[in-house]
Write a protein of this length. Structure first.
Length: 101
């Protein structure tokens, strides 16, 4: 969740990934599930780590949902990385200018 009126570039990218992943019409997910996905993605975007929320108790449905979200976050990150790689490759492919004869 955004806490400032001026999101950082990381926040903006994170919000976009989450918006695409949890689009309207998709099967709903719980807040802890989305929190897990967001935590993993933020850690990847910032080259950091994330900690299990201190107020969450292992073995509860809430913790299980959080870890399921972390798993989805890993999948989303792989997807995001693959898209970036494809864009890089496309930019390196020379375009040809064919002229009519």
């Amino acid at each position: 969740m955004q806490t400032t009126d001026h999101p950082t570039p990381v926040d903006a990218q994170l919000d976009e990934i989450m918006r695409r992943a949890f689009y309207s019409g998709r099967a709903p997910r719980s807040a802890p599930y989305k929190d897990g996905a967001r935590a993993l993605l933020r850690a990847r975007l910032t080259n950091g780590t994330f900690n299990f929320p201190a107020d969450m108790v292992l073995g509860t449905a809430e913790a299980d949902a959080f870890f399921a979200g972390v798993d989805e976050g890993r999948h989303l990150w792989s997807e995001q990385f693959a898209l970036q790689q494809i864009q890089t490759i496309k930019q390196q492919i020379p375009t040809t200018n064919h002229q009519e004869i």
